[in-house]
Write a protein that binds this ligand. Sequence first.
Ligand SMILES: NC(=O)c1ccc[n+]([C@@H]2O[C@H](COP(=O)([O-])OP(=O)(O)OC[C@H]3O[C@@H](n4cnc5c(N)ncnc54)[C@H](OP(=O)(O)O)[C@@H]3O)[C@@H](O)[C@H]2O)c1
Length: 332
Amino acid sequence: MATNMQVLLASRPTGWVEESNFRIVESPIPRPGAGEVLAKVHWLSLDPYMRGRMNAGKSYARAVEIGEVMTGGTVAEVTESNHRKFKPGDYVVGSLGWQQYAVSDGDGLTKIDPKLVPLSCYVGVVGMPGVTAWVGLLEHCRPKAGETVVVSAASGAVGSVVGQLAKMQGCRAVGIAGGSTKCEYVVRDLGFDACVDYKGGKLYDDLKAACPDGIDCYFENVGGEVMDTVFRQLNPFSRVALCGLISEYNLTEPYGVTMMRALLVNRVKLQGFIVSDRMDLYQRALPRLGKAVAEGRIKYRETVAQGLENAPKAFIGMLKGANLGKQLVKVA
Ligand SMILES: NC(=O)c1ccc[n+]([C@@H]2O[C@H](COP(=O)([O-])OP(=O)(O)OC[C@H]3O[C@@H](n4cnc5c(N)ncnc54)[C@H](OP(=O)(O)O)[C@@H]3O)[C@@H](O)[C@H]2O)c1
């Protein structure tokens, strides 16, 4: 008999996540009640924010409880429906979590077009990460043609879109990424003007060479020393979109920013943001991102783990930089 595999949060990590923080269980496939659908998950998205959900305590979103299914964005197929808006065979995107099947009342499920772009794109470049790039760059940095835009974690799901949108705005796009393979990909495949390897040991000098006119916009994904180094090269009246701080997510003590003075003397505008606050912009961004991907004007790469049982390992790998592009799990 077919069963439903689920990945639960078994314990809260202290510092780095370990596979033992997760527990894999099998249970009967649930049945949809009145007004509900049963959805079969095809793709699970693995995202850095999930590390935050493993912690107890106050944040912008509720923590996952011990014993609860890990939260996560998914692309799924409706297999049974008692809901007037959905029928079997519909593909949907929504947060169904780390499991093979889920029952939903339809709240938070959006139908998607499987012909426009591959299904997996709807949790990547044509989904939450793509919209994050859009909101941070176009709403908060507001780059003008000719300006220099720098983005960290440049080869990843969000960063790869930031640089390509910056190029469309007529900007100089400079990435920061870990290792020569990622940097080569960012320049050769994604079309950035330059990419600096922060693991190369001379980030300040390499960044200076890549940004001869200084930095007008910085899209921050990582924090820590990378952020401090970029802050030292910001131009007067530059803008920083503070999107993520992945280098700090597994620290037990926060990193102490040392270069706040650079923000003061350069009159820098820094805006922290959470993409889910801007559902209004999803409506504007998603069709445009979908069209750009379908026409090949925005490129993307995926790293795919096969099978839900490999999700914990792939998640830990993504936090350590093992992914190139969007990290996904092929569930079915
Ligand atoms: N504010 C929002 O609403 C929002 C929404 C989505 C994502 N985010 C944030 O955006 C950032 C990127 O997310 P993503 O989904 O696109 O992930 P991603 O870039 O696809 O994957 C994470 C990448 O982070 C880099 N990284 C890990 N540890 C690092 C360290 N110590 N120093 C520098 N880089 C490190 C690694 O690349 P390297 O090999 O290059 O180090 C890794 O591949 C994350 O901080 C995430 O939390 C925020």
